[in-house]
Ligand binder design. Structure first.
Ligand code: ATP
Ligand code: LTN
Length: 338
């Protein structure tokens, strides 16, 4: 039987975090043998906020090396840079013409980012979810593993794809989001009512995948906990709930089991267990990263091969979309001008 298709991407802004790993990358890796997988480095998404051109390419290579260090297998999964496959932009344009401004206005991430980016309210920030929809349907993806914050963008993708199919026939499968039970929303260490975010400029809020073990231990030791001493997941205990969620996700257990295990224990013990578990998770990833990142030629060659392969599928889909819309097919015969 033909494998279904899985696709997911992360914009190379900031530094990859434990949230990105638990909410997204880990769930890509766990499914990569069951699905035909596409993992674009979505660099076109990153330029919705200003990036420094002198360091951007290096950051992009760091991200790709980290994908691989986390277990993405480039022999079986297609890893590539979105900017190397022009069809992402072509399809995004067409899909914009089937997306309502009102739908984009309702995106909470846009409302959030526009509040924070008052000085640069560019049109890319607004239309970004359509580029994401194009990323997904270009490869006719069936499954999209993401964290909780992307649920709304996935719903929009489903709506736009369904609308297009309603007008032009079944061109796109309607993709499903895969959002994990645990690790789908890792919170900031200093403000656990807010999502841990890779572009957060306050280092103490974030565990980066490349943080060294002493930093990880220090950040967790100093993270905000709550009043009282009960170790439970509860709305009025966002700090402790976050630590329990992280520990449950990293050690692949449930928060309910951990609540039982920690009855009568103090916050200090919980924090040192979370630190140990996170450090044990990150150490092998960091070791593999150093090896992979040191061979830039090999990384770039892998991206070139990925773009070649992704481009074949992408071209086919764009041609199908053009056909559905009634564009003149591009002739393979070049003759004299009429
Ligand atoms: P930025 O700060 O640049 O907006 P971010 O850290 O919020 O970045 P995204 O690029 O929006 O990350 O997300 C990449 C992937 O990681 C998405 O699938 C997203 O749902 C997931 N993700 C991001 N942050 C978290 C988090 N704190 N917990 C769980 N999953 C997360
Ligand atoms: N918008 C996503 C990143 C993203 C993505 C995608 C995720 C861009 N294209 C396609 C899944 C599938 C975000 O996490 N900010």
């Amino acid at each position: 039987m033909k494998k279904q298709t899985l696709l997911s991407g992360i914009a190379p802004s900031g530094r990859l975090t434990l949230g990105n790993y638990l909410g997204a990358i880990r769930n890509w890796v766990a499914r990569q043998d069951q699905y035909k997988c596409f993992f674009p480095l979505v660099d076109l998404h990153a330029v919705t906020v200003r990036q420094d051109p002198t360091t951007f390419a290096d950051r992009c290579r760091d991200f790709v090396a980290l994908y691989l260090a986390c277990g993405v297998n480039p022999q079986t999964s297609v890893v590539f840079a979105q900017s190397h496959v022009a069809e992402h932009c072509e399809l995004a344009w067409i899909l914009q013409c089937y997306t309502q401004v009102g739908e984009l206005n309702r995106m909470t991430q846009y409302k959030d980012k526009s509040r924070r980016n008052k000085g640069d309210m560019n049109a890319g920030l607004f239309s970004y979810p359509v580029l994401m929809a194009a990323d997904i349907v270009l490869y006719k993806a069936d499954l999209v593993p993401v964290g909780e914050d992307q649920r709304q963008h996935l719903e929009l993708t489903r709506d736009v794809a369904g609308r297009f199919n309603g007008l032009f026939g079944d061109v796109f499968p309607i993709p499903e989001a895969y959002i994990p039970d645990s690790g789908a929303r890792v919170m900031s260490l200093q403000d656990p009512t807010k999502k841990m975010s890779k572009s957060d400029t306050v280092a103490a809020n974030v565990i980066a995948l490349l943080d060294d073990p002493t930093d990880v231990a220090r950040k967790i030791k100093r993270c905000v906990t709550d009043s009282g001493n009960e170790i439970v997941v509860r709305e009025d205990k966002p700090g402790v709930s976050n630590l329990l969620n992280i520990l449950a996700a990293v050690t692949e257990t449930t928060t309910a089991a951990l609540e039982n295990e920690y009855v009568g224990q103090g916050y200090g013990r919980l924090k040192s267990d979370v630190a140990d578990a996170v450090i044990a998770l990150l150490e092998p990833i960091q070791a593999r990263f150093s090896d992979l990142r040191s061979d830039e030629l090999a990384l770039d060659a892998m991206l070139a091969a990925g773009a070649l392969e992704a481009g074949k599928t992408a071209r086919r889909t764009v041609q199908e979309v053009h056909g559905a819309l009634g564009f003149i097919p591009k002739s393979s015969r070049v003759g004299p001008r009429a």
